[in-house]
Design a protein around this ligand. Sequence first.
Ligand code: PEP
Ligand code: MN
Length: 332
Amino acid sequence: MIIHLKNTITAEKAEALAAQHQAAIYKKEDYFVLIQSSKIKTLADTLADHAEAYFVLDTDIQLSSRDYLQTTREVQLGKVTIGGNTNHSVVITGPCSVESEKQIRQSAQLCNQLGVKILRAGSFKPRTSPYTFQGMGIEGLKLLAKISEEYGLKIITEVRDASHVDQVIEYADIIQIGAKAMYDHGILKKCGKTNKPVLLKRGFGSTLQEFVQCAEFVISGGNEQVVLCERGIRTFETKTRFTLDLCGVAFLKEHVNLPVILDPSHAMGYAYGVPDLTRACLAMGVDGLLIETHPNPKVAKSDAAQQLNHEEFSNLYNSLTPIASAIGRKIV
Ligand code: PEP
Ligand code: MN
């Protein structure tokens, strides 16, 4: 149950009510919001006098449910809006990892040439093997900050664990929580206390319910700027890296009020499939697309097989506008 307290309730009183009713609490504009388990279906007598409104939800997809808020939430990044009723799909690109100044500069140039406004690259990489490239760490974050300033781009970069979440928050415009970190409550809770937007990727072994509940940790901490990213789940199939769950995307669009973006690169795992898959994703009318690109994918230090080279990406990018217009959308 979600309870909007009256705006006359002080912070002290709201905190006391939250503790008494085992509720999460955050401040929204000039009032406090309490969230109790969705198992609770009736408003407690001790809350009745303090509540302005309350909402009974079926499951613990609560703040992100369309039964609570019908419209898609909006994430604002400078001049770029993700979600809301914009009717556009935001294209995001960049290499899997920041590897050098030269490489990230080339990626930024590609964005500028095509009009892509958000550059994405990881600097703290959650790798499958401890013996592979783990990312440039803080040096990579500094490079991203420098390049974003020079080229006027917004930056998405990944937080691998709670130990450096403050550093990432400082440098990123959007904090990416990767598939392997989706369940890291240290990260989720810290992200709930920042005002930076969060891109939450679906864990490849997680149900939609589990995925959206992780987003609820961030929103119920007070940060409502969460974007969901479907990036493929593990199935019995081994010919592709993962299986992109487009049924899941249809579910999210119908039932969840958070913007949804799709990452065909990690789902497919091989560059040859990424352009077709991107076009299929776009046709679903999603809020954004995340595609990995590298100036020279053959020498990429992570995810080499799936990254498009800049020519391949430019061709793909130029094929997107007609698909977007066929469904009444624009590419941003
Ligand atoms: C990435 O975005 O480079 C990445 C590691 O993705 P995921 O968390 O989806 O595996
Ligand atoms: Mn990657």
